[in-house]
Design a protein around this ligand. Sequence first.
Ligand code: GDP
Length: 530
Amino acid sequence: MPELPPEIARRRTFAIIAHPDAGKTTLTEKLLLFGGAIQMAGAVKARGDARRARSDWMKVERERGISVTASVMSFEYDGRAFNLLDTPGHEDFSEDTYRTLTAVDSAVMVLDAAKGIETQTRKLFEVCRLRDVPIATFINKMDREGRDPFDLISEVENQLQLDVAPATWPIGMGREFKGVYDLIHDRLILIERGHSDAGIAVKGLDDPQLDALLPAHLVTKLREEVEMARGLMKPLDLKSYREGHLTPLFFGSAVNNFGVRELLHGLAEMAPPPRPQPAAGRANGTDEVEPSENKVSGFVFKIQANMDPKHRDRIAFFRLASGHFKRGMKLTHPRTQKQMAIHNPLLFLAADRELAEEAWAGDILGIPNHGSLRIGDALTEGEAIRFTGIPSFAPELLQRVRPDDPMKAKHLGRALEQLAEEGAARVFKPRMDSNWIVGVVGALQFDVLADRIRTEYDIPVHFEATTLHTARWVETENPLELKRFIDNNGSAIADDHDGAPVFMARNAWHLNHTQEQWPLVKFLATKEQS
Ligand code: GDP
């Protein structure tokens, strides 16, 4: 791999994946405490008009009680520039989470020591695995009675097929939890000394300091367990971690801010800097964009809309895949082949946001726009790059949406198209019905959508149940076959907001049966954003 410029090499862009309640929010808060509100040197300065624009916009944000700041949190620690991407916790919004994971270089998996791997943990893990995203593991809530460390480790090894290498080892648990032993640096980190203490350097596990500082039975147990762990488990191999085969393991208690520093330190030392991003249509014949490439490129992985309902303001979250971005740069938008001057790019700091004067590969910028940017869009310095692997999922829940006032049907159509472009829902126009069908992955999304259509577009709507089961994008190698399929299944065909044909199945049998009848047609459950 080509060597990275130092500014890129020091970036760590990551997300936390966890089942609800495992402690993701608490851990995030503590990580930000370490990062403080320290600003990236030289990167941020707002001037004149730009400063006013920013504060107007923040006012809107306050009034509406929404926050985009929480979507990305950038902070400095230990000479590293961290970008922590938030993933919504509620499972109804997992689609957003999946896309966010396309924009990170590594992840931290938080497990509750009493529960181990839970359903959401596994789902999120699978997404990371699809892209070989390296994962560090934080076993949280060690201040409570939890499961035996060996038991938790073998669960990770067996269920996730991941080698585990402990970076720290717990000393006691629950009420007896005294701290951890840092296996990499041979340090003893004790809970009673507080989180600001970097630990006590010891000369290995046989150091008599251990006996002086800890109850005898816990020292004996620690020595036995570590010996066993070292015998049973793979050494902490950096390459294996970065390739996604091995997870370094940290123990702690987020609520007590314990073990968090060790985790952060571990990320600073071991987590990968910006990785190459999969891409198509490259002039150089490769299928990746290297972060070290001189030209700026990147992709939109999330849209947060309607900061100001009157102006249809949106923030596109843009992951820089390569190059050194400077404010005011003119970038090409390959989808429309238009140029965009990026005058007000935002950088999200722990507690605030600022205009970004510059950014490097690995960073996340917020780009205000009026709907020109969609999820999956690239911006480049001219090359027609298409970033691949940003998924759109087949919705599992389908409802019909109608305006309370039938005169507003046309407006509703436009609102739905905008929401679909933003990625908030799938929207389908059946060929033989005048009502729109909205598809989502989680039921809560319907409520959010109804509320947004009412407040942002001033169209009161209601959702109605349908007998539809699922939707599949249909494709064929042969356009004639597709036409034949559509002609024969007219009442089950709809178009998505991009005009791509979709098969709407009434039930699982309907889907299977149709698939059997039409072997040359592909029924796709995901579609890459176009
Ligand atoms: P999230 O749903 O994953 O974001 O989890 P939260 O961070 O909101 O934590 C869920 C609950 O677990 C909250 O009541 C936290 O106070 C609690 N919690 C978080 N970390 C710890 C910990 O280390 N020990 C204990 N005992 N409770 C914790």
